[in-house]
Design a protein around this ligand. Structure first.
Ligand code: TXA
Ligand code: MG
Length: 342
């Protein structure tokens, strides 16, 4: 199959909508990462997503809708707090786990009675949803286990020959996936940290929101979190955030030089050593910059270097999502080979 990359615009969105309405899959930009979308109400179309990505069938998909009516079309119960939040925020990098309606096929939710729904804050994604008139099931548009794609070329590198069309909306503004929040319990719980900060959500909902994440646990609430994720081809070493992160980065770099592993340091520019002979790649200045860049930096450097020595950030706001993705990318390599990947 030929894979076309088309600049996002009225005509290409119409073309993409036609592919989706006829049961096909299309990659499209969102504010977080690129998604691989299909008609969420058509189980055969949804199967094509799992096949193209090589995704395990027990990892459910997020359903993308354009407005609150779209949420009601897939969710049986929408708590008042969620309806209010959606009205207030509109599209945002926030995914709501709710009890599903019978309209949502089993393979979308991997047999769960809940469905994850979100309104993507990206014009092209919203236009595509409206043009199809359908809710779109869409995981990140990477091959299972690879770093999530933040540009059309990343999608192409992973999925060329497997999907007919990629809508190119340029680089993603957020760069890490949405925050997944379970609203089916007594109180909300974060299942995956992401582009929407926990602290802000707590402020909006006026309650404490626990992080309910896990790795490798059978009872894990967000099934995708048990899989190894986001891994580039080279080794990742994480350096915890401290006042002395600059020294720790240098030490880690020098250790890997000694073992001839071709290291590079990825850190905020303020921690660069001056003319010290070590190789540095900038993460930018803010946590937002870091989140926007990290998956791209994995992909751009995985063939050039043997070890990416990456600084962590304070566990706050989008920094928490950045740290989570980095730790998961690194942990894959320290443990036994995994057969199941997302
Ligand atoms: O930003 C995003 O969320 C991107 C863009 C494309 O929207 N999508 C994305 O999808 O990251 P994916 O499939 O890569 O991750 C979906 C996550 C997985 O961890 C999955 O297990 C979880 O959401 N999830 C989906 N449905 C769920 C459900 N019913 N209950 C709990 N977790 C669910
Ligand atoms: Mg993913």
């Amino acid at each position: 199959m030929e894979t076309e990359i088309a600049k996002a615009g009225a005509e290409s969105v119409r073309k993409a909508a036609a592919v989706i309405k006829s049961g096909g899959v299309v990659a499209f930009p969102t504010e977080t990462v690129y998604g691989l979308g299909a008609n969420a109400l058509d189980p055969e179309a949804v199967d094509k997503i799992f096949a193209a990505k090589g995704r395990p069938a027990d990892n459910p998909l997020i359903v993308h809708v354009a407005d609150l009516d779209g949420v009601y079309s897939v969710a049986r119960e929408v708590p008042d707090s969620v309806a209010k939040l959606i009205k207030r925020l509109g599209p945002a990098p926030l995914t709501y786990v709710l009890n599903k309606t019978d309209a949502v096929p089993k393979n979308v939710t991997a047999g769960l009675s809940t469905v994850a729904v979100r309104l993507p804050a990206h014009e092209t994604a919203l236009k595509l949803i409206r043009e199809t008139g359908l809710p779109l099931a869409a995981p990140s548009a990477n091959s299972s286990g690879r770093p999530s794609p933040t540009s059309a070329s990343h999608v192409y590198d992973d999925l060329k020959g497997r999907i007919p069309l990629i809508l190119d909306g340029g680089p993603c503004a957020v760069g890490v996936e949405s925050t997944v929040v379970d609203f089916t319990g007594k109180t909300p719980a974060i299942l995956r940290p992401g582009g929407f900060g926990r602290e802000y959500l707590e402020e909006l909902l006026d309650c404490r929101i626990p992080l309910f994440m896990s790795g490798g646990d059978k009872a894990v609430k967000s099934p995708g979190m048990k899989y190894k994720h986001y891994s580039p081809k080279c080794k990742i070493v994480t350096v915890p955030y401290t006042e002395d992160v600059s020294d720790s980065l240098k030490k880690a770099y020098d250790n890997h030089v000694q073992t001839n592993e071709k290291p590079v340091i990825i850190c905020q520019t303020r921690y660069f050593g001056e003319s010290d002979g070590r190789i540095y790649i900038p993460l930018g200045e803010t946590a937002e910059d870091a989140a926007r860049s990290i998956f791209r930096l994995f992909r751009e450097n995985e063939d050039k270097y043997g070890v990416l020595i990456c600084q962590m950030l304070p566990d706050h706001g989008i920094g928490r999502a950045y740290n989570d993705r980095l730790s998961r990318a690194a942990s894959r390599q320290e443990s036994a080979p995994e057969t199941m990947l997302d």
